[in-house]
Design a protein around this ligand. Structure first.
Ligand SMILES: [Zn+2]
Length: 427
């Protein structure tokens, strides 16, 4: 087999090119083009557009934002035929069938960026090396550019080694991980129902450079909600009794939500992040919008948080005679990884020369939406695992986020390929 080092220069170049043109959730049209063209050239079959999703579980797709991104992609010279195939849905699953009996393995790589303006000073490596973001206000500040580039390097490796592999390999390039919007629709689409082994990774987070952390269980189940209250405007001095005050409904809901009773069986969180209401000083406010999220240590506890929140939101509407609407705009569940596959990931990391420390981790905080894909695969009798490969970052979603790509990315690639070798190498 070819040495992995053969794939590294191209992988780093790809990552830096993706870093230059970050795209936010559901707008990853140019990134999807890069992925689709590359994997098709290598000989993969592709699943894209609406075939990749169950649309009712594709959260928070904002029509105006998506249409704007399509126009931007056209201006940037996207292949119009491919754009039509995408049918307004970003993302791609690349499938390699070896034709020899063997397991089906799926690897997940997310592709979206964050709403952050990248640091332009010389100490920041992307700025210094000339690959900082050219898309105003957007930045790959979570490392998903590295994930996508690693996925493409894995694709290249699979193609080069296809004659020595068995079974089927599916590479899932997922849009809209931020805000936990994109994975659930792919999970419910059924595209992963034949998968025996599912693996995803994330750069950074708890893991420092040359460390790999295997996540045995953890992350929090979460539901993100947008709430709209609609009341009735009236003259605040002349006829306040005719109004229905949406602002007060929003305020009441906010205060009560923060007071949801804790759950005796595990951790919970709740946050109302924004509340916008009202039209003017002397008008009874007829509109209020809230953005909030609840979390729970597991699915059942999060379910308790969500149902209690919905009851409070309904009750506050009733208090003030307002209408209300709840939109679910994101969701994730907790992770319970399978021991056998996690052990393979652990050994794969240990076998890499540059990796100094491999450890198990069960983080309580944070959420990761590929948890839905993991759960779906597990429900169909497959195994799932998740790992972190390290870098020395100053904090995710910050303007000075950086990943030491030449050192960190080969280790991520090494773990993925090591696991594929263990599961798919012809004996
Ligand atoms: Zn991330």
């Amino acid at each position: 087999m070819l040495m992995l080092s053969a794939y590294i220069p191209e992988m780093i170049l790809t990552r830096r090119e993706l870093h230059r043109y970050p795209e936010i959730a559901w707008t990853e049209f140019m990134t999807t083009q890069t992925v689709v063209q590359r994997v098709r050239d290598l000989g993969f079959k592709t699943v894209l557009g609406k075939k990749l999703f169950d649309e009712t579980h594709a959260f928070d797709r904002q029509e105006k934002v998506i249409k704007g991104a399509i126009e931007r992609a056209k201006a940037q010279g996207i292949d119009e035929g491919l754009l039509e195939e995408m049918d307004e849905f970003t993302g791609c699953m690349a499938v390699w069938e070896t034709g020899r009996p063997g397991p089906v393995t799926a690897l997940r790589f997310d592709m979206d960026c964050v709403n952050v303006q990248e640091l332009a000073t010389d100490e920041h490596v992307p700025a210094h090396e000339g690959f900082a973001s050219k898309n105003e206000g957007l930045m790959h500040a979570c490392g998903h550019d590295a994930h996508t580039a690693i996925g493409l390097a894995v694709a290249h490796w699979v193609k080069d080694n296809a004659d020595k592999l068995t079974g089927t390999i599916k590479l899932v390039f997922q849009p809209a991980e931020e805000g936990t919007k994109g994975a659930c629709g792919i999970a419910y689409s059924g595209n992963l129902d034949d998968v025996d082994y599912f693996l995803a990774g994330h750069i950074g987070v708890n893991a420092k450079l040359h460390e790999v952390a295997v996540i045995r269980e953890g992350f929090m189940a979460t539901t993100k909600m947008n709430v709209t209250y609609t009341g009735k405007a009236s003259h605040a001095g002349g006829s306040p009794e005719l109004g229905r005050n949406a602002l007060l409904a929003g305020c009441t809901a906010s205060l009560q939500l923060m007071g949801i009773a804790r759950h005796g069986q595990g951790e919970t969180c709740v946050n109302v992040g924004t509340l916008h209401a009202g039209e003017g000083r002397n008008v009874v406010p007829s509109k209020a919008t809230l953005q909030l999220e609840v979390r729970g240590e597991n699915h059942e506890i999060n379910q308790y948080m969500q149902e209690t929140a919905e009851r409070i939101i309904r009750g506050a509407a009733e208090c003030y005679g307002c209408q209300y609407q709840i939109d679910i705009v994101g969701a994730a569940t907790n992770i319970k990884a399978d021991t056998e596959l996690s052990d393979i990931v652990f050994e794969s990391a240990q076998s890499l020369e540059s990796v100094k420390n491999v450890y198990n981790l069960s983080p309580k905080a944070g959420s990761e939406d590929c948890s839905f894909m993991m759960r779906r695969v597990q429900e169909h009798g497959g195994q799932a695992a998740f790992f972190l490969f390290g870098c020395n970052h100053n904090g995710h979603h910050q303007c000075d986020f950086d990943i030491q790509d030449t050192e960190s990315m080969p280790e991520g690639l090494g773990v993925f390929v090591g696991v594929l070798k263990r599961l798919h190498e012809a004996k």
